[in-house]
Write a protein that binds this ligand. Sequence first.
Ligand code: FE2
Ligand code: FE2
Length: 187
Amino acid sequence: MNATSSVAAAVTPDPTEAVTLLVNQHRRLEALLSLVVEEAAPPERTRRLLKAADELAVHIAAEEMLFYPAVRAERTEDILLESLEEHLSLKRLLADLLALDPVDCTFTPKCKVLLEQTEHHHEEEEDHLFPKVMLLLGPEKRAELGRQMLQQQTDLMRAGEPREWAAEQTEAAQALDEEPTPRTEHP
Ligand SMILES: [Fe+2]
Ligand SMILES: [Fe+2]
């Protein structure tokens, strides 16, 4: 099933409602990663990668710190655990790419894999998690959650280089029952 159509009913005119916010960010992240894959010139490749990496990092951070804990329930537990493993895989690819010279012959193939895995992960969330969230949380709760996520993402962006937060978390997936790892300070 097409991920976009499967959540069409969930998307509201309010761009800050939690599910709408995340779905819109999915489409933007896919577009940003496609731009990295398509770029041939190394300096511009790096610039595009850093932008996509920062946006992917704050998206994952908001899900792990706020969205997933807020939607944790018996019926969502399995998909949340799988999603956290997928996040780990994305963080590892991101860490690899950030450490890679943009002229390296593995740069573009790795970017393609990151794009494919990101698209797959978004489809899983949109097809399997978000429909359950729509049943679990009412519109007011989702609106409040969306505002909290946006604020947190803004704060992480302002703190600078949120991609470093993601690139540091490659040991194991975030546990569902633990406080998310705080970001370490970077000069
Ligand atoms: Fe996610
Ligand atoms: Fe997501």
